[in-house]
Design a protein around this ligand. Structure first.
Ligand code: N01
Length: 533
């Protein structure tokens, strides 16, 4: 590659978003270079190889809709797809659409600076690439900047330690070992039951108990698969127009208006069905504390039913945040794992981690020996992966500086002062509150259409108007403030990262409403954007 290589577009990341972005832009006849840190495609599904890694959106819904042939030919095998199966799917997509030839793997984008005279982005990588492109699209994922807390003594630990999101590709044999798992979010909750089956002993360090609903994962029934395939166009339309991008639209009724029996029936039915749509039991679970408490107490009662030791059951019962305000978890045998004699739960609010020692984890009250440490400690979500790149826009404005008090975008698609920079599922869009594939496709298609129209109209640059951005941010904050989301110390609010500004990052208005808004903006000649020739 020559130092001055020029492309029409550079895309950062080759997960679900980057692959589809490449396909769409290439379809417009553009020259595109994709840079991907990993040595293969897949993004999240390339990195997250921890035991039990599985999506919490059903397979038939967690897939691309842009190609009817792909939809028909791919055979999912389980209700919820496992990480290896999703990765195989994405590898198939990469091959089927011949995407790999434009992707440079094992290459991290380190810097991107907007050149105002030429209206191009100058992009640099850790492998010494220097390229220029009119359009820069970040498809870096919302949960890709893995975070290991800064525990004193961590480097002194003699055994291996692994973050769930950076799991060794060759796997980790935990047979007969003492394993410490720190963190009980989705990754911890999925992996702990499987780790417990292999290990001699598991010590789980829990800071916040989470609400988890059973997955009841099972092989996909061929009849269901055929039915979905036969009805895909209508089903996909329903998903695009829905609130969450899922097929289950949720019950708009009120938990407060329902009687005790009716509520119990509804919650039981949703528990028996399994999965995240438990949240859809009533329309007011997300906005009324009282309604939410009914659902929360139902889950706590289930925990008491499953976990034999009442003290352990109580420790596992979430009480400091409303249900659904931290991402609800979907598990297979999580609570029952605590009935095993070889699994110990340590509540680190009661008994904090003091340090990691060469041989284990020391809390205020005890030393917990471990041969392996699993960090299921989450991510610097949404902004982390973007701010890891040194991005500078007009007038040398740095994105890190601009977002010091929290991310600011117009529609989660662009941020003022950074022309021609698009952020797929960026902060200010539904992204992590939705079926990611639905949101990714919507963004990719909107961006591709925009690029095509700009090129056709001889427009050199598009930028968000600061006033439109202010208004969008005010709207994003206002509607988040009407929900219970703001009551939890969640990664949605950046609360898991010390010092990160407390801003609710995703847009809670729903994917259907949001899509309409984006389409209206485009139809009105990119209202709220500034176009320059
Ligand atoms: O990360 P998390 P994750 N000392 O941030 C704890 C998606 N996902 O990787 O809650 C002790 O949720 C932290 O405690 P607290 C999904 O969107 C989906 O599990 O901050 N503990 C928490 O328990 C999910 O939400 C799937 O008090 C510390 C845990 O570590 C998102 O990814 C599967 C600590 C981190 O939980 C992230 O999930 C996996 C400290 N210093 C992930 N710091 C599915 O599709 C953090 N913790 C099923």
């Amino acid at each position: 590659m020559t130092p001055q290589a020029r492309y029409d577009a550079v895309v950062v990341g080759a997960g679900f978003a980057g692959l589809y972005m490449l396909h769409r832009l290439r379809g417009l006849g553009l020259s595109v270079r994709v840079f991907e840190t990993g040595d293969g495609v897949g993004g999240t599904w390339y990195w997250n190889r921890y035991p039990g890694a599985r999506c919490d959106v059903e397979s038939m819904q967690y897939s691309y809709s842009f190609s009817p042939e792909l939809e028909q030919e791919w055979e999912w095998t389980e209700r919820y797809p496992s990480q290896p199966e999703i990765l195989r799917y994405l590898e198939h997509v990469a091959d089927r659409f011949d995407l790999r030839r434009d992707i440079r793997f094992g290459t991290r984008v380190t810097r991107a600076a907007y050149d105002e005279t030429e209206h191009v982005w100058r992009v640099e990588t850790d492998r010494g690439d220097r390229v220029a492109a009119r359009h820069l699209v970040t498809a870096v994922g919302c949960l890709s900047a893995a975070r290991v807390p800064d525990f004193p003594g961590a480097a002194s630990f003699r055994g291996p330690s692994h973050h769930t999101g950076r799991w060794p590709h060759e796997g980790v044999d935990l047979t007969g070992l003492r394993v410490a798992v720190i963190g009980t979010g989705s990754s911890g909750i999925q992996s702990i039951p499987i780790i417990a089956e292999q290990a001699a002993h598991v010590t789980v360090f829990q800071r916040t108990p989470n609400y988890s609903v059973p997955a009841w994962n099972r092989p996909l029934e061929p009849e269901y698969q055929s039915w979905v395939k036969a009805n895909y166009p209508g089903l996909r339309r329903a998903m695009r127009e829905s609130h969450t991008g899922l097929l289950d639209p949720g019950n708009p009724g009120s938990a407060l208006e329902a009687g005790d029996e009716e509520r119990a029936r509804e919650f039981e039915a949703r528990w028996a069905k399994g999965g995240v749509t438990f949240l859809g039991a009533y329309g007011d679970i997300g906005i009324s504390s009282e309604a939410n408490e009914h659902a929360a107490e139902f889950v706590r009662a289930k925990i008491r039913e499953i976990v034999a030791d009442p003290e352990v059951a109580e420790k596992l019962s979430p009480r400091n945040h409303p249900l659904g305000t931290k991402r609800i978890c979907v598990d297979t045998g999580y609570y029952a794992t605590f009935n095993r004699p070889d699994v110990t739960l340590v509540d680190v609010r009661e008994d904090p981690i003091v340090e990691i020692t060469p041989t284990g984890v020391r809390t205020a009250a005890a030393e917990h020996p471990a041969d392996v440490i699993v960090y299921a400690t989450g991510y610097d979500a949404m902004t982390g992966p973007l701010l890891a790149i040194d991005i500078t826009g007009k007038g040398g404005l740095s994105l890190r500086r601009k977002w010091e008090a929290g991310p600011r975008t117009y529609l989660g698609l662009m941020t003022a002062g950074f022309p021609n920079l698009f952020t797929v599922t960026g902060p200010g869009s539904p992204s992590v509150l939705s079926n990611m594939i639905v949101s990714i496709e919507q963004h990719v298609e909107w961006i591709a259409d925009c690029v095509a129209r700009l090129r056709a109209g001889g427009v050199a640059a598009i930028d968000a108007d600061p006033l439109a951005e202010d208004a969008w941010m005010a709207h994003v904050n206002e509607i988040a403030g009407q929900t219970l989301f703001v009551r939890a110390d969640s990664w949605y609010l950046g609360a898991n990262i010390p010092g990160k500004p407390r801003v609710f990052m995703p847009y809670v208005g729903g994917v259907g409403v949001y899509r309409e808004k984006c389409d209206q903006v485009a139809a009105a000649g990119y209202e709220g954007f500034v176009l320059s020739s």
